[in-house]
Design a protein around this ligand. Structure first.
Ligand code: 8DG
Ligand code: MN
Ligand code: MN
Length: 430
């Protein structure tokens, strides 16, 4: 075989969960084009079409080298007629007319801007679009009655659309850890979602919380939320209780994307100084940390007053050190903060945070289900159903032939139950 001429077509498997998909790959131009079409289909509530474009893009992300000609794609799975046409166009002309038209269409731009408001889905955005509302400002002026989530979404629109950096995620993680340990010592907190897959930025920060003594985690979320609220860390939150019940007959209906864990969708108030450097201060607790400036690390001496009655340590203990928001991102953050309509420049930013609590026995399933990517998750469930006659959710794996639940205490075990090679989080970026 002549390397370089043909992509080694050593048969690429057709399910994304059978492949390694790293964050950085060789076909960005092609996948960007397909993602636009996927997004447009999703905004138009054409889910099937969206998935087809997502699968095609995911296939390209898993290839070991850049595709230079359409002939290299022969024999590859997941490439439908429409996706192939777009790929060929981009390979030949550098751009696809359909993608360009979509990107510049008034409807696509408006739908993106409106669904970019936290709490606004495609249906609502479409209704508004047809009333002539194209931007968040239009919406503000319209006088429409908004729900609590949408009001918060509109209020923090610019900030919530700034990417969250890894260091901001770490800072949020420290706050979450303090909150959780204050109300339930011994609980374990795991960073999930895109950051667990190795992304350097995200649209939010996701955490999974559990406790080794099953049952101790019950009712944890309201306590964590109260603690965070008392400390002034929350700008918005909506908590939902756990409603999962395992039945002997197996899952009642095919597992969907929505699970039934205790959870909290929130907006955090993350402190920054006006240059974007981070100085975390709660209302009552001031934490010490290392602040990295252009001149190198400086120590910020800790004064920790533990005011929480649930924890019994009264000696000040040092917290894990942090991080900083520096450089380009910091400038962007301060620019947005400085220009937010409601106030002058300020020393904090809003960050979307998702918290999920799982019982210890479901932890591996929750971890796998919340690490993503969304397409990787969808493909895992599709593989389970179609290839293994099993039902996978973020709670459990059910074997329909043996009519029993399959237990697992690690992601590795779940992949093994499914007859799949283990794919680590960094390779689940489908
Ligand atoms: P990003 O935030 O950096 O943009 O990417 P992400 O972290 O991959 O996306 P996400 O929207 O935060 O979602 C993280 C994972 O959580 C993703 O795999 C999808 C999954 N997820 C939800 N909602 C639900 C849900 O209700 N149930 C389950 N099982 N998973 C969910 O977002
Ligand atoms: Mn996320
Ligand atoms: Mn999330």
């Amino acid at each position: 075989e002549k390397p370089g001429l043909e992509l080694a077509v050593v048969s690429v498997p057709s399910y994304a969960c059978q492949r390694h998909t790293p964050l950085l790959h060789h076909n960005i131009t092609l996948t960007d084009a397909l993602s636009i079409l996927a997004e447009n289909a999703e905004l138009g509530e054409n889910e099937g079409r969206g998935v087809a474009f997502r699968r095609a893009a995911a296939l390209l992300k898993s290839l070991p080298q850049e595709v230079r000609g359409a002939e290299q794609l022969r024999g590859l799975p997941c490439l439908g007629e429409h996706s192939l046409r777009v790929i060929k166009e981009v390979l030949e002309d550098g751009v696809s007319l359909e993608v360009e038209t979509t990107t510049h269409s008034e409807q696509f731009k408006a739908m993106k801007a409106l669904t970019g408001i936290f709490g606004v889905g495609a249906k609502t955005a479409d209704r508004w679009f047809r009333e002539g509302i194209h931007t968040p400002s239009d919406l503000q002026r319209s006088g429409h009655t908004l729900n609590r989530a949408q009001r918060a979404g509109l209020q923090y629109y610019d900030e919530l659309n700034l990417p969250v950096t890894k260091s901001e995620a770490v800072a949020i993680g420290q706050i979450v850890e303090r909150a959780v340990h204050a109300v339930l010592p011994g609980a374990e907190i795991t960073l999930i979602g895109g950051f667990r897959r190795g992304k350097q930025t995200g649209h939010d920060v996701d955490f999974l919380i559990t406790h080794p003594d099953e049952g101790r985690e019950e009712g944890l979320m309201p306590k964590v939320v109260s603690w965070l609220e008392a400390q002034g860390f929350l700008l918005y939150q909506k908590t939902t209780g756990n409603s999962y019940l395992e039945s002997k007959e197996g899952p009642a209906r095919p597992a969907s994307n929505m699970d039934r864990f205790e959870r909290c969708f929130s907006i955090f108030r993350l402190s920054t100084d006006n240059e974007g450097r981070e100085i975390q201060t709660g209302r009552e607790i001031q934490t010490g940390r290392e602040i990295q400036t252009g001149d190198g690390p400086q120590t910020y001496s800790p004064t920790l007053t533990n005011t929480d009655p649930h924890t019994h340590s009264d000696s000040p203990h040092p917290l894990p050190q942090t991080l900083v928001v520096v450089g380009d991102h910091a400038q962007k953050v301060s620019w947005v903060l400085g220009h937010s309509q409601c106030s002058g420049p300020r020393s904090w930013r809003a960050v979307r945070v998702d918290l999920v609590v799982s019982p210890y026995s479901q932890f591996a399933f929750a971890l796998l289900g919340w690490t993503g990517s969304k397409l990787f998750e969808r493909e895992l469930r599709r593989w389970a159903v179609h290839e293994k006659a099993m039902t996978l959710s973020s709670h459990a794996l059910y074997d329909r032939k043996r009519t029993q639940y399959l237990r697992a205490s690690s992601e590795e075990e779940i992949f093994a139950h499914l007859g799949l090679e283990y794919i680590p989080p960094c390779d689940r970026n489908a």
